[in-house]
Design a protein around this ligand. Structure first.
Ligand SMILES: Cc1cc2nc3c(=O)[nH]c(=O)nc-3n(C[C@H](O)[C@H](O)[C@H](O)COP(=O)(O)OP(=O)(O)OC[C@H]3O[C@@H](n4cnc5c(N)ncnc54)[C@H](O)[C@@H]3O)c2cc1C
Length: 378
């Protein structure tokens, strides 16, 4: 009995993106034993690179701010948007108390957080995929994973789904991410368009919207967001439609078209979604696995970090036998999602140029009640 009381409780975190590694740091601070299982070695392309100025305080809280400043992420001095109006609107971060935002080297950002988690004493197992889970009535969890050395089984007291939008661990436990729309991004990362401009560019279009920026690598990134059913199925048709839509833009095509003209397109799902049910007695979800936002908000990474801190409290309390922690986390998620939906509706309702467009009509139909919440836009 004494051995059971003094044993350090073990939490397995599936997924080593920003939510998983930030959670590992927070759990180590609460003196819990932590293993992060991450499918990649952080070497490949990672999506999501705009970080708003407000994220500075979250990084500082995590103890990651100093390393972040040394890692060469590119400052983003503001946003130029062709959104509600026909003319471009400039939103400088000059009056923001935190200063400018950033265009991240996203792979480096995620890898750095994993290193910081290791420095705090967490084990981060790279190139390791979670395959199966078993929850036992006594609260124990068995996690089966595939490592580069072969299959392994870990015993844990609590398991966390930080696998991103797929929520693949929660799905193994009977939950589902419920999507509110069918948003997809069709992305081209091209060469440097000799642009000195480090601002983020945003432009509404008849059936979606465009985003463009210059990454720290010098590459230009251009993404078109629309509803999945609108995309042609054949690759060459998609390439042609994408180029035609880009050429029809007023701002982004002229600035970035040459830089991404021959770039290969990647398509990724980007719907607003919420996991249901979102937790159990010995598991919960953080970051995109818990809920994923429209990338228009640029809120995904900040939410990943914030949800990690909240979840760490919930897990620590739960392992002490106090169920209130999980209930408080759930209530916080409900509140964030409600505020997010209000903000999403507010921003989509600003675009009234295409009254016959289903893309805009669907997003404008959601209820938007109460004061405008402080959700950063790109
Ligand atoms: C097109 C697009 C643009 C975006 N732009 C922005 C932006 O500009 N700013 C912003 O803040 N957010 C943006 N986002 C959202 C942002 O990328 C996410 O909110 C953020 O990455 C969430 O972090 P996460 O750790 O929850 O999930 P992820 O970053 O998705 O990390 C999940 C991790 O789990 C690993 N994994 C998955 N399955 C398994 C498994 N079975 N076993 C082990 N490991 C597994 C993955 O390899 C990955 O490392 C964008 C999203 C999209 C789709």
């Amino acid at each position: 009995m004494l051995a059971r009381q003094t044993r350090m409780r073990h939490v397995v975190v599936a997924g080593g993106g920003p939510a998983g590694t930030a959670l590992a740091i927070e759990l180590r601070r609460r003196r819990l034993d932590v293993t992060v299982l991450e499918r990649t070695d952080y070497g490949g392309f990672r999506i999501g690179e705009t970080l708003p100025p407000q994220a500075q305080s979250l990084l500082a809280q995590l103890g990651a701010w100093e390393a972040f400043q040394r890692d060469g992420h590119a400052p983003s001095p503001g946003i130029v948007s062709l959104w509600g109006e026909e003319a471009p609107y400039e939103n400088d971060f000059i009056f923001n108390p935190y200063g400018h935002g950033w265009h991240l080297d996203r792979a480096k950002f995620d890898a750095r957080l994993a290193e910081l988690a290791e420095l705090q004493g967490a084990r981060v197992c790279r190139q390791t995929v979670v395959r199966r889970l078993q929850l036992f009535p006594d609260g124990q969890v068995m996690v089966e994973a595939e490592t580069p050395q072969g299959p392994t089984v870990l015993a844990a007291d609590f398991v966390v789904d930080a696998t991103g939008r797929a929520a693949s661990v929660a799905q193994k436990l009977g939950s589902r991410p419920l999507a509110l729309d069918a948003l997809v991004a069709v992305i081209a990362a091209g060469r440097d368009g000799r642009l000195a401009d480090q601002r983020t560019f945003l432009e509404a279009a008849p059936h979606g919207w465009w985003y463009a920026a210059k990454l720290p690598s010098g590459q230009a990134i251009v993404a078109y967001f629309t509803d999945a059913p609108r995309l042609p199925r054949r690759r060459q048709d998609l390439q042609r439609a994408w180029s035609e839509e880009l050429a029809a833009t007023k701002l982004i095509g002229k600035m970035f078209g040459a830089a991404v003209g021959d770039a290969e397109l990647r398509t990724v799902a980007a719907p607003t979604a919420r996991l249901a049910p979102g937790d159990g007695p010995n598991w919960l979800a953080v970051g995109d696995a818990a809920m994923s936002f429209d990338p228009l908000s640029s809120a995904g990474i900040s939410f990943a970090l914030e949800s990690a801190e909240r979840a760490a409290d919930a897990i620590a309390q739960s392992l002490l036998g106090e169920a209130e922690g999980l209930a408080a986390y759930r209530a916080w998620l409900d509140e964030i999602f409600a505020r997010y939906l209000e903000a999403r509706t507010y921003y989509y309702r600003q675009v009234v140029r295409w009254p016959d467009s289903d893309f805009w009509a669907r997003r404008q139909a959601l209820p938007s009640a109460g004061p405008l919440p402080a959700l950063p836009t790109r």
